[in-house]
Design a protein around this ligand. Structure first.
Ligand code: TXA
Ligand code: MG
Length: 522
């Protein structure tokens, strides 16, 4: 099919109206995103929207109208709160859901008893609907699953050859889709946040709830208040990971990453390839750019993207809602970068649990390995060790480990000095390496005070005799020396008291214990 590119001229709008009236598909700009319109009363025309987008047929469409008078034929009744919202806001980036009338077919409503409608603020959009002379069903004009289009070029890239015409009306004002609120139930509920914020709605009709699925992932089997919530959304091909933290910690984290892009705010100091979406704290600028920048990341061939988390205030809630879906709810919280902190007494068989976690897809960060790497030649920490333990602990740039161990483990105070230097450096490096889901494997987790960086802590314990046998075998040392090592650590009670979960690794059912714990954590 040839796709005509139209302008917003009178002639072209009349032509768009004619195409729509006759059952064709036309994409047009709105103040939110571009819509893909069809005559809402023509079931076949509406079906072709689902086909062009590749959209699941149970995901209902919004019916767009040009005048407030066009609402009543679509609905059973207009309750007082709906009346108030319509009076206060329409035309606006606001969609209202009410019980539908017979006029609205099941293809538009996705089989639901309700209908979503909105009167766009954008004048080209209203002119097109007016010209068509019928209500216009219009989802966002993107291929299902991709970011919504905020520029004509996005629609051209997704829809050329699949629809009759595209009206190029420039960039969309807001850049995120309309706020969707249902008034079909007892309390008004926001199903999708947008430019008309919760606060703005509450000023007019009082208490409004935010549907749970706006901010968090739906559980398996949970029923969606809005079918659109259950589908993967807005996602570019790149894997997006949200990174929650302030500007400084975001920069530090991201700048240590290789083969990745940053999706950040203007003015962030980023040394890896980056794309910016607006200014920090400026929700409107972020909303306007987000979808365009997600598409740009694909054009740049980004495979993995670390994105800064926007504030959730005002329209920021809508930005956050779209971004967290684009990220499939993958968030690294820089205050708690490790999903699991894994620790345990020496000889308890922590290594075995690590291997099981790797097999289950976790990234495991080995703090012992990191500890060895941070004292490599040239590392700034070597100077600090020299100042604390003597010039000669470093020779020709290399750390003299036995000498350092001699001095640092001679007395408790010296050991504490060593830990005070090493632990923060090790933790910082581990945080840089964190991924999701991620395990920090740290025998000295508690000594290093790393609990606060872990979402949950698992400790591995085992019978003392088993542990002694394992240490003797593993390190080739005597029973007495094995016991000295055991006694140098916290006792079992300490580990258990400071952990969220305990695995008893005495040889049986360890795998089942781990499964049960992971089910709870994830
Ligand atoms: O800003 C917008 O609303 C844009 C422009 C083109 O107007 N349109 C748009 O449509 O975003 P769409 O189809 O991409 O998103 C409509 C959302 C979907 O999540 C859908 O599940 C939900 O609204 N929805 C539609 N009718 C519904 C209903 N009766 N009950 C619950 N949710 C409904
Ligand atoms: Mg959409």
């Amino acid at each position: 099919m040839e796709t005509k590119i139209l302008t917003a001229s009178k002639q072209d709008i009349a032509l768009a109206g004619k195409i729509l009236r006759e059952g064709g598909l036309v994409a047009f700009p709105t103040e939110t995103v571009y819509g893909l319109g069809a005559n809402a009363l023509d079931e076949n025309a509406v079906k072709s929207i689902y086909a062009a987008k590749g959209r699941p047929s149970d995901n209902p469409l919004i019916v767009h109208i040009a005048k407030k008078e066009d609402i009543s034929p679509l609905v059973k009744e207009i309750p007082p709160k709906a009346e108030k919202l319509i009076d206060a806001f329409f035309p606006a980036p606001l969609t209202i859901i009410l019980n539908k009338s017979e006029l609205v077919n099941d293809t538009v409503s996705g089989g639901l008893k309700t209908v979503a409608f909105r009167m766009p603020k954008n004048e080209i959009a209203r002119a097109v609907i007016e010209a068509a002379g019928v209500p216009i069903a219009a989802p966002s004009a993107n291929t299902s699953g991709l970011p919504s289009p905020t520029k004509a070029s996005h629609v051209i890239s997704d829809m050329t050859g699949k629809i009759d015409a595209i009206i190029d009306g420039g960039d969309c004002e807001f850049g995120v889709e309309s706020t969707v609120i249902t008034l079909a139930g007892e309390t008004p509920v926001i199903l999708r946040p947008g430019a008309v914020t919760k606060e703005m709605l509450e000023e007019v009709i009082g208490k409004v709830e935010l549907a749970g699925a706006v901010l968090s992932e739906m559980k398996e089997g949970e029923k969606a208040a809005s079918p659109g919530m259950k589908y993967k959304h807005y996602s570019p091909k790149a894997r997006i990971i949200l990174v929650d933290g302030d500007k400084k910690s975001f920069e530090k984290f991201v700048n240590s990453k290789k083969d990745a892009f940053a999706l950040c705010f203007e003015g962030d100091n980023i040394s890896i390839p980056k794309v910016t979406f607006g200014r920090e704290g400026d929700d409107l600028s972020q909303a306007k750019l987000l979808f365009d920048k997600l598409r740009e990341l694909d054009e740049l061939g980004a495979k993995k993207v670390y994105a800064r988390v926007p504030d959730k205030n005002g329209v920021g809630m809508a930005v956050y809602n779209r971004l967290i879906r684009a990220a499939a709810f993958n968030v690294i919280d820089l205050n708690k970068p490790f999903t699991i902190g894994l620790t345990g007494q020496t000889g308890a068989g922590k290594g075995w649990v690590c291997e099981s976690l790797i097999k289950r897809g976790f990234t495991v960060i080995d703090s012992d390995l990191v500890a060895r790497n941070v004292v490599k030649k040239g590392s700034p920490v070597l100077n600090r060790l020299q100042r604390a333990f003597g010039e000669d602990v470093v020779k020709d740039g290399e750390l003299n480990r036995p000498l350092l161990a001699d001095r640092a483990f001679s007395e408790k105070e010296e050991t504490e000095k060593l830990n005070a230097i090493m632990h923060p450096v090790i933790i910082e490096e581990c945080i840089k390496q964190s991924e999701i889901p991620c395990v920090l494997d740290a025998p000295q987790l508690f000594e290093a005070k790393a609990e606060k960086y872990c979402y949950k802590i698992i400790c591995v314990c085992a019978n003392e005799e088993k542990r002694i046998q394992r240490i003797m075998r593993r390190d080739g040392i005597s029973r007495e020396r094995a016991r000295v090592r055991i006694n140098a650590q916290f006792d079992e009670k300490y580990y258990i008291d400071h952990s969220d979960y305990v695995i008893y690794n005495n040889g049986e059912d360890t795998d089942e214990q781990l499964n049960t714990i992971l089910e709870e954590i994830l």
